[in-house]
Ligand binder design. Structure first.
Ligand SMILES: Nc1ncnc2c1ncn2[C@@H]1O[C@H](COP(=O)(O)OP(=O)(O)O)[C@@H](O)[C@H]1O
Ligand SMILES: [Mg+2]
Length: 442
């Protein structure tokens, strides 16, 4: 019995070894496959958000391809896709599909923006699914567009001056819109920031100017944007011009200003913006994402909001803040904060902090800190400014409006005096509440 037994044992052993190695190979293969897959996933997640020239150019080529096919249109398409007068320069930002690129338009730098990368990623214009574009009168288009604007801004468009003017612009059109025009307008109307910029164009110097569009991309003026990593927050040296330029009637005229003066003037423009957003519209405008990167400076040192994704008029702000809560921390919506009513377990709809308070905290405090001011930090006016900024940071703006106004005035007065007191000053007096720019535009 030995030999056959030995033979079958050997066969059994060989079979087991064979099965085990097959299982091992399969396991190895699976592990390798899994590893490759996760490597690919990591690569995709890391690099899909990277701002590359090749990626950006590919997006613009695709845009132009669709323009040539008649899918989309816009007043900038010809320059971007045919004459080459709108030229890609570099990618500025790319996150979760949001594209921000720098381009040169007829020699002037501009910024191209779109919330989503592809035209087809936006929802189509509903009525075009069962109607020909020609069947829609311009009045129909105004109706649909107004609804969209109203939803986005959270305003009764009928009563609000701002979107009414824009509607009038659309109404002036007599001939019907083409399919490409409607589809393009629709992609733009799905971008809250575009609606916000467009609606405030003629009313506010503190929002980026929209220069035109092609498909789902819109162009805004290119300005000196803020950076968290820059100690001064904005590269103001880029705005310093040699004195010869002053003679050309150039708006800023701060060719001989020191950078410290420029910072003071930009701070005055921040104050002007705060007052403007608080008082000049039918509803208070709240900025809920205040950081240097979301503001930029024009040549005349005006502060401009360049990222309006988190800008809300009071009615929408109230809707956003009204959340269930168990403590105050549940009522923080980025920079817009309310308090938890513990009896109702609901956040208050009124914001308790203010635009000014957050600007003081995130911008002024860094500019006017003793470390940054260096040797000048001990001068009486600088000390006064530091105290005013500290008081501003510590005072909730939403609850005691009068106190807020007093802080705003105190900051305005100190900054204006600082500008007046500098040697060889040419600034006018800028001490009235609505005219901080008399100190800005001299
Ligand atoms: N008009 C502009 N001029 C100069 N740089 C800009 C402009 N708009 C945007 N940028 C740059 O692109 C960045 C991203 O744009 P932003 O609108 O803030 O995008 P996001 O909403 O994703 O933060 C900004 O932080 C800024 O550096
Ligand atoms: Mg931003």
């Amino acid at each position: 019995m030995w030999p056959p037994r030995r033979g079958s044992a050997l066969r059994w052993l060989r079979l087991r070894v064979c099965r085990r190695s097959t299982a091992l190979v399969a396991l190895l293969w699976l592990a390798l496959w899994g590893l490759l897959d996760s490597l690919l996933f990591v690569h995709r997640t890391i690099f899909s958000d990277v701002c590359t020239d090749s990626g950006s150019k590919r997006i613009l080529q695709h845009l132009c391809g669709e323009y040539r096919q008649g899918v989309l249109t816009g007043d900038l398409c010809e320059d971007l896709c045919v004459s080459g007068q709108l030229e890609y320069q570099r990618c500025l930002y790319y996150e979760k599909g949001k594209k921000v690129m720098e381009a040169k338009w007829r020699g002037t730098p501009v910024v191209l923006k779109s919330k989503l990368e592809n035209f087809s990623s936006y929802e189509g214009f509903g009525p075009l699914e069962y109607q020909e574009a020609a069947e829609l009168s311009p009045m129909d288009v105004v109706f649909y567009a107004t609804l969209e604007i109203k939803n986005s801004l959270g305003l009764e468009v009928r009563n609000a001056t701002v979107p009414r003017l824009w509607s009038q612009e659309l109404q002036q059109r007599s001939q019907p819109y083409s399919r490409a025009e409607l589809a393009s307008l629709w992609t733009l109307l799905q971008q809250e920031e575009y609606i916000f910029f467009k609606a405030l164009q003629d009313f506010s110097q503190h929002v980026a100017k929209v220069l035109g569009s092609c498909g789902h991309f819109y162009a805004v003026e290119h300005l000196v944007a803020g950076h968290a990593w820059n100690q001064d927050l904005f590269s103001l040296e880029d705005l310093l011009v040699p004195p010869k330029d002053e003679a050309d009637g150039w708006a800023g005229g701060h060719g001989r200003s020191t950078e410290r003066d420029m910072v003071n003037r930009v701070a005055l423009s921040f104050l002007d913006m705060v007052s403007h957003f608080e008082n000049d519209f039918s509803h208070h405008l709240h900025l809920c994402d205040i950081k240097p990167e979301n503001f930029a400076i024009r040549k005349d040192l005006t502060v401009v909001a360049i990222d309006a994704d988190m800008a809300f008029f009071e009615p929408k702000m109230r809707d956003i803040l009204e959340q269930n809560c168990t403590h105050d921390d549940d009522c923080n919506f980025f920079d817009c904060v309310s308090k938890c009513d513990l009896k109702r377990n609901k956040c208050g709809t009124k914001r308790v902090n203010s635009n000014l308070q957050v600007i003081c905290d995130k911008i002024f405090r860094r500019w006017f800190s003793p470390t940054l001011l260096g040797a000048g930090a001990g001068l009486p006016l600088q000390v006064e400014l530091q105290h005013a900024v500290q008081e501003c940071v510590e005072t909730d703006g939403g609850e005691d409006a009068q106190h807020s106004v007093a802080i705003w005035r105190r900051l305005l007065a100190v900054l204006t005096r600082l500008l007046e007191d500098r040697p060889g000053r040419r600034a006018g007096r800028g001490n009235t509440r609505r005219q901080p720019h008399s100190a800005l535009n001299f």
